[in-house]
Design a binder for this molecule. Structure first.
Ligand SMILES: *Cc1c(COP(=O)(O)O)cnc(C)c1O
Length: 360
């Protein structure tokens, strides 16, 4: 028994989700996205479960270095590329592939001697207006990179979809059409789809797909859970009841008394709070499982604790197990109650939460 919150990360669920991704990929190679400490699951913990993927993608150079030193031997792509000479050197030293998205990076290439051939993805901004060259700039950059000494040929080509999780919007068709118009007939590998692209936009499937959230068993869509897509949740967040007591009508719970009891019931206090990464924005009524039985959050989330309404006839006792999200309680639903997306909940689990690896 422990009064601390902990999380389990199930590597068999990762392996299962990779199989689901493969089936959907229709032969495309899979670059699993493991940026931000593998979406909060732990980069080094996840890597051993990635034997069936063709490559990985991270956001930052240093994350790529961790993957390489952690023993990952297939292609590692740094989605934000390098931003200084030092990073360009690290990229070469650790054999990382990089995304080229800004003129600044071309200047750095000119300033540095490239010792080992560098594999690059040229990124086109087809409408997201985050990273990438504008379609009008594409030809110039493409010509530069496809003749530049030290760059492995042919160069690869990518774009990113801004709204693939929204099924009724025209932007995605436009983005894919813009990308295809620029790149059709060019020799390098191409990549468009994130998880939502893989699931909902078959025209976005190309040589490589870049699923992230799916790998962790979570849906990219607001209207569907991962389970409904055949995925298994990888992370489950657990804690325990540390106090159980009866409360009466008129009593209020938590800071500012935002929840008022209207019939006699049993209140449980759970050792989880925003200090663990449980969102302070979760509202009254957010589902929680106590002994696998549904209960609801009542009152404001504190740093270390929450209140839960267990119902008048509850037999729960201090020490009993509580599930906050994961197996049996989709994190997608919790995100809805906290007015956020599951990505932020998974990434937001804090240092205090001990993560245990399981394979069930
Ligand atoms: C994060 C990211 C992905 C993965 O997105 P998911 O929605 O988690 O599948 C793919 N491509 C790029 C460029 C990204 O930044």
């Amino acid at each position: 028994m422990t009064s601390s919150a902990y999380a389990t990360v199930n590597l068999n669920a990762v392996r299962h989700n990779i199989q689901v991704i493969r089936k959907r990929a229709q032969g495309a190679r899979v670059m699993s996205v493991i940026k931000a400490n593998a979406y909060g699951h732990g980069l080094k913990r996840i890597i051993p479960a990635l034997t069936e993927v063709d490559g990985v993608a991270v956001a930052r150079v240093d994350e790529g270095v961790v993957c390489r030193l952690g023993g990952f031997i297939r292609p590692i792509t740094v989605l934000e590329g390098f931003i200084c000479k030092d990073e360009l050197l690290k990229v070469q030293k650790h054999d990382l592939n990089v995304v080229i998205h800004d003129w600044h990076q071309l200047e750095l290439l000119k300033q540095c001697q490239i010792e080992k051939p560098l594999s690059v993805w040229l990124k086109v901004d087809t409408g997201m207006n985050r990273l990438g060259f504008a379609p009008e700039e594409f030809a110039e950059v493409y010509n530069f990179l496809s003749h530049y000494p030290g760059i492995r040929q042919p160069i690869s080509l990518m774009t990113h979809l801004s709204s693939a999780d929204l099924l009724d919007r025209p932007e995605t068709h436009q983005q894919i059409a813009t990308f295809k118009k620029l790149t059709d007939g060019l020799p390098g590998d191409k990549s468009i789809a994130n998880s939502a692209g893989v699931i909902a936009w078959s025209e976005a499937l190309s040589d490589w797909i870049r699923p992230g959230i799916m790998l962790y068993g979570v849906s990219p869509f607001a209207h569907k859970t991962g389970e409904e897509l055949g995925l298994r949740p990888v992370m489950t967040l657990h804690s325990s009841l540390i106090s159980v007591k009866k409360i009466q009508p008129g009593q209020r719970v938590g800071y500012a008394g935002t929840w008022e009891c209207n019939e006699p019931t049993v209140l449980g206090i759970v050792a989880i709070g925003y200090g663990d990464g449980y969102s302070r924005y979760a509202v009254n009524g957010t589902p929680v499982l106590v002994n696998q039985i549904p209960a609801t959050l009542v009152g404001r989330v504190s740093m270390d604790m929450i209140g839960v309404n267990l119902g008048l006839h509850s037999t729960a006792r201090a020490g009993d197990p509580v599930t906050l999200w994961g197996e049996g309680l989709p994190v997608e639903n919790i995100a809805r109650y906290a007015n956020t997306i599951p990505y932020t909940l998974l990434c937001g689990v804090t240092q205090r939460v001990v993560i245990k690896t399981t394979q069930v």
